[in-house]
Design a protein around this ligand. Structure first.
Ligand code: ADP
Ligand code: ADP
Ligand code: MG
Length: 650
């Protein structure tokens, strides 16, 4: 069989891995920015869809169907996101004579709207959140919110990925939040319909994986906990959900199976629930009629391949595993690795992966390899780091160790933030609500790991006539006749927002010794310190760059040669008093000012969109708008001037 994967990045690679294992041929489809991506290189065949714009590529049903026909593929797996929950696409695939590797289109449709899904859940006897309203009249919704009782949540009916969700604490904020949620819903899903519902005060997000077939069989593969969230988006997931009363777990699993059965669900899917941590009550949230990002943790604990189960159901085979024979072994965690800067409001980052070392013994589902570019066109998740241990604590420690051993350099990512998270007491205890990250002070940004980076570089290059760096493993490489050395380092990967990188002259002398203890592992011995420190590190000698992991953060540097050392660094700020410039390549979503308009410091001026997120650029000081150089819909480059000001204050 030949399987076309209508997706990109890590999930395209993930689906193709199973296809290959089962002896199928694979077809990738790609937009221009992905032409050099690993998922394209690894496929047996690849079809270009078009330019970067989603509407011309991954979201274009006609282009995907044309690719299907041109490639002669027999089946389509949609991955997650994009058109995975689009019934019209599923039908178009079937109309083209190919197999849709997913649920029947009617099931996608039924669960596509949170309004309809809620109705179906209630009909199947599954508890739904008490207090909600689906009328679309603003005044009626406001009345409903007051009747439900604040705080309430406004959600996009067609929602997904946390888009179009606003929490409202009091009546005064309702109208503005409704407008925002509805605009975001319209923008993201082409449907501004919303629902209003009671906000559960101590919510946990617990979900149940189900698998069904065409013959009415539905089994569940246990629970996952995804309560560690930021802006309603999952950050760290695990299976099974810890600290659930037996009755709650059993109730969730039964409810999930009954609801799936009631709609004749015939593929892999996920029922999401809110569990009230105060009462243990649970309520149906939504069903995702597709493979989920966090499916690997379920695969780890059940030993099943969910993509394979989807292939089999789609081929008309009955679910081969009986519920009684599903076994659960140990515990698994998944950390989402995103190209984003936690120290900078989690702003998405672009750049090139210059260094990549993944520790052994973990599952690494990644979109990238060394040399891969992260472009501004798609979402910021670049990889998932998954660990599986005999119990929860073992799996958690493995994740911590893996995050300490990972080197992912060349751009800023959230690995250090994840490393911090793994040790937070509520995470250690398995007692997290979705409010955890909002209620917790985030870790301070660590100082750049200059000494470690300089040592890694020096240890590799000290004897330039010696053998290759890795051949010297195990022996100290300090050259006694060069006791003091200056290594000039410039932070790499400041491709996104941030000050221009300065050059640091780092002096390392004989009071510290370092050696390569194994590939990618540097042992550092400080004079007077009791024990050696170990850091994961990677040196690219011809590329003159070095990346070291300290505390989970990969710090990447270019090693500056003497001749370059005095050259001025490039780059500029983004919100000066005289102009607003784009901090990264993006699309202009909205221009909020017109020429002649007076603005105050902090006033929003332009909203740009990159990596599926909206970013508001604000005035640095008071002034009058002089020129507006862009309009909504324009594609802008990094550092491009968007709006200028006359008579700025400073
Ligand atoms: P999406 O389609 O964007 O995934 P969901 O309905 O699944 O939307 O909600 C996303 C997240 O928002 C949930 O995981 C949960 O953390 C939070 N959430 C949703 N509804 C409620 C609620 N009524 N009370 C508290 N938190 C909620
Ligand atoms: P190159 O011409 O190789 O770019 P320089 O002329 O600046 O470098 O320096 C000569 C020697 O000093 C080289 O052999 C190199 O190994 C070492 N060196 C250069 N730059 C650095 C640096 N930033 N840190 C440590 N050693 C350096
Ligand atoms: Mg959801």
């Amino acid at each position: 069989m030949k399987i076309l994967v209508a997706n990109r990045g890590e999930i395209a690679r993930r689906v193709m891995a199973t296809a290959r294992r089962l002896g199928h041929q694979t077809v990738a489809v790609y937009a221009d920015p992905d032409a050099g991506a690993p998922f394209v290189a690894e496929a047996d065949a690849a079809v270009r869809l078009g330019p970067a714009e989603l509407a011309a590529s991954y979201l274009s049903v006609p282009r995907l169907i044309a690719a299907l026909e041109a490639s002669g593929a027999d089946a389509v797996h949609p991955g997650y996101g994009f058109l995975a929950e689009n019934a019209a696409f599923a039908r178009a695939v079937q109309a083209a004579g190919a197999t849709w590797i997913g649920p029947k289109p009617e099931a996608i449709e039924a669960m596509g709207s949170k309004i309809e899904a809620r109705r179906l859940a209630a009909a199947a006897g599954v508890p739904i959140i008490p207090g909600f309203d689906t009328s679309q009249d603003p005044a009626a919704l406001a009345d409903a919110a007051s009747a439900i009782g604040y705080p309430v949540l406004i959600k996009a009916a067609a929602g997904g990925g946390g888009k179009g969700i606003r929490i409202v604490h009091e009546p005064a904020g309702f109208a503005a939040a409704l407008r925002e949620a509805s605009t975001e819903a319209e923008r993201s899903f082409g449907d501004g319909a919303v629902i209003v519902e009671r906000y559960i005060q101590r919510p946990r997000h617990v979900e149940v994986q189900v698998v069904g077939d065409r013959y009415g069989t539905v089994i569940h593969l246990g629970t996952r906990e995804c309560s560690v969230q930021r802006r309603y988006q999952k950050v760290l997931e695990e299976a099974p959900a810890p600290n659930l009363p037996d009755a709650t777990r059993a109730g969730l699993q039964t409810a999930a199976v009954e609801l799936a059965r009631s709609i004749g669900y015939d593929s892999a899917g996920t029922m999401e629930f809110i569990v009230d941590d105060e009462t243990g009550d649970f309520f149906f949230l939504e069903m995702n009629t597709r493979l989920q990002v966090e499916h690997p943790v379920t695969e780890c604990v059940t030993g099943l391949d969910l993509v394979e189960l989807m292939f089999r159901s789609a081929a008309g085979e009955p679910v081969a595993v009986a519920q009684e024979s599903v076994t659960f072994s140990g515990h698994a965690f998944e950390a989402r690795i995103n190209a984003e800067d936690p120290a900078n409001g989690f702003a998405p980052q672009i750049g090139t992966v210059t260094h990549l070392r993944v520790p052994a013994g973990v599952r690494w589902d990644a979109a990238v390899v060394e040399g891969s570019a992260i472009t501004p066109f798609y979402d910021s998740m670049v990889a998932k780091l998954i660990t599986h241990g005999p119990d929860r604590e073992a799996a958690r420690r493995q994740l911590a160790t893996a995050l300490d051993g990972l080197v992912l350099g060349g751009l800023v990512t959230n690995t250090g933030f994840q490393r911090w998270l793994v040790d937070q007491p509520p995470v250690v205890a398995g007692r997290v609500t979705t409010r955890f990250l909002d209620e917790t002070a985030l870790p301070p940004t660590p100082p750049p790991a200059l000494t470690e980076a300089a040592l890694a570089w020096r240890t590799t290059t000290a004897d330039t006539r010696g053998p290759a760096p890795w051949a010297a493993m195990g022996s100290f490489r300090l050259t006694p006749h060069r006791p003091r050395q200056v290594v000039a380092l410039r932070a790499a990967g400041a491709g996104g927002v941030g000050a221009p990188a300065e050059t640091h002259e780092v002096e390392v002398d004989a009071s510290v010794a370092a050696r390569w203890e194994g590939v990618g592992r540097l042992e550092i011995v400080d004079d007077g310190a009791d024990a050696a420190r170990r850091v994961a590190a990677s040196v690219d000698r011809p590329g003159r760059s070095v990346a070291v992991n300290v505390g989970g953060y990969t710090h990447s540097f270019d090693v500056v040669s003497r001749s370059e050392r005095w050259a001025p660094a490039a780059g500029a700020g983004h919100g000066s008093a005289t102009a607003i410039t784009a901090p990264f390549p993006a699309a202009v979503a909205e221009v909020l000012v017109t020429p002649g308009q007076a603005v105050g410091g902090g006033d929003p001026v332009v909203v740009i969109e990159a990596m599926k997120m909206l970013h508001t650029l604000s005035a640095a000081g008071a002034g009058t708008v002089d020129e507006v150089r862009v309009a909504a819909g324009d594609q802008v480059q990094s550092n491009q001037v968007l709006v200028t000001f006359a008579d700025p204050e400073s």
